[in-house]
Each structure stands twice: as C-alpha cells, then as structure tokens.
Design a binder for this molecule. Structure first.
Ligand code: ZN
Ligand code: ZN
Length: 203
C-alpha cells in the first residue's frame, strides 16, 4: 500500500492529497514557460522564482482535494499545453498537467514553489530545455547529468525517453487510480485563466 501525503500551497488554503507519494522521477527544467509562470506568480506574492526549476513527477491519483474553492487553473497562453493549479490567495502552484506528455497518468509539481509533507528529494535524471536558460551557462549539479538543449528534434526526444525511468513514468500505470486524477480536478475548476503572456516576455 503506497503512502499518502499532501502538497499544499504556502498559505495552507488549498492542498492535493496524493494516494502515492513515491516520486517517479525529477528533472531540472529551464523552460521559459516554467520561468514565466513562477515570475508571474511571484509578482502576486508567491515564492522567489528560480531560473532552473526542480520538478518532480508523481502518479495522478488523489485521495482528496482540499480547498478547491481557493484554487484556480491557469495557462500562459490560449494554445498552452500545460495547465497549472494555483492558490487564489498566495499564488503557489500546487500541481501541473501537460496535455501531451502526462496523459493523466502523472502530474508534476515544483517543491520550491509549494509545500509537501512527504519527501520530494530524488536525484534529477536530466536537465531539460536549456535553450531557454536566460544566462550564459546553467549551474548543472553534476557533470554526469544528461543535458537536453531542446526537444525540437525527434532524436533528442528519443534519447530522453531512453533514459531510465522516463518511458515507464509516462506509460499507462499497471493499476487504475484509487482516487481522482489531476484532470478530474481541472475539469471541476472554472475554465483556466489564460494569462496571455507573450513568449519571451518577463512578467
Ligand atoms: Zn495559498
Ligand atoms: Zn519547464
């Protein structure tokens, strides 16, 4: 039986209660979308943004959603692939869905931008999207960590999926979820707020 635990916003007004707190993997993401989102949230009082963000993946399977009335969904642009769930009061992001990659099998959150009552530390398996890193060279914690500049080429995506455990993380789980999923939560929230941030714009 997997252990359960909560990811909450920094003010405690809302939380996701996970049925499985085992991290599936972590990445260091330098993409512009993540950075624009945390800068926008920081303007409203959320945690200080970082340029390369520690991002951890967990199963999309929840025992409960707490303070749903205090959450809102947002997207950077109308054609965005990611939907972020934020707190209306403190603007912490407590969960992210990606409509292409995650398939509602997993969701992601960034522990530097919210709170978790379980261990979210797991060695990153790659640093990704460094083409968007705004300074000269990103600080990569290990010389052995695979680096992906973009996923523009199918060859790069294939090299990424070949890293253990990427394929398995995004593959359909072997058992159905015991509870609700991230997309069920997003469907229950009012339509995602579109921030309409232009690519390249620092909010
Ligand atoms: Zn909050
Ligand atoms: Zn990102």
């Amino acid at each position: 039986m997997a252990e359960s635990g909560k990811v909450s916003c920094n003010c405690g007004a809302c939380a996701l209660e996970l049925n499985d707190v085992q991290p599936k993997m972590s990445l260091l993401c330098a993409c512009e979308d993540c950075r624009q989102a945390v800068h926008w949230a920081a303007k409203h009082g959320a945690a200080t943004p970082k340029d390369i963000i520690y991002s951890v993946y967990f199963r999309s399977d929840f025992a409960a959603f707490h303070g749903v009335e205090n959450m809102f969904a947002c997207q950077l642009r109308a054609d965005a692939k990611s939907t972020r769930i934020l707190c209306k009061s403190c603007y912490s992001c407590i969960g992210i869905d990606h409509k292409v990659s995650y398939s509602d099998h997993v969701f992601m959150f960034q522990p530097d931008h919210c709170k978790a009552d379980f261990d979210t530390d797991v060695t990153p398996i790659a640093a990704i999207n460094l083409i968007d890193y705004p300074h000269h060279l990103a600080p990569i914690p290990s010389e052995l960590l695979p680096v992906f500049h973009t996923f523009r080429y199918p060859q790069e995506r294939a090299r990424f999926v070949a890293i253990d455990p990427v394929f398995e993380v995004f593959a359909p789980p072997k058992t159905p979820p015991q509870g609700q999923t991230i997309r069920e939560l997003i469907a229950a929230l009012p339509a995602a707020r579109v921030l309409d941030l232009a690519p390249g714009e620092q909010p």
